[in-house]
Design a protein around this ligand. Sequence first.
Ligand code: FE2
Length: 131
Amino acid sequence: MTEHKTLNTVIHAAFRRDLIRFDKALESFDGTTQARADQLHYAWRNFAYQLRHHHEDEETIFWPILRELGASDSLSEDLEGEHEKMLAALEGADASMAAFQSSPINDRAGAARTAVTRLSDVLLDHLAHEE
Ligand SMILES: [Fe+2]
């Protein structure tokens, strides 16, 4: 079990947990219920909001403190680049989840799962780097 020394690692753990839950929920979607697609999209919108909010706070609160403490410019540039990649993947996942909710068929659940996996790949590397 991760030893949480900061609130940031607690939040990161929640993102990791939720990405696994979305993956499993989309994998097991049976293609028959609009209500389940609505639930998953509702949960996704909350996840996406929290992810954006968290990273905006890092950029406006945490990173300036890192710079004051002497973090290198290259570290800042690397983290900024990772956020840009994360936001691009998040926008793709947002679009795929919205398409899935508007027409909850198995193909769209699969496409949404692929987009969430793409976001996971980018985000998990970034979270590990930050930690
Ligand atoms: Fe971040």
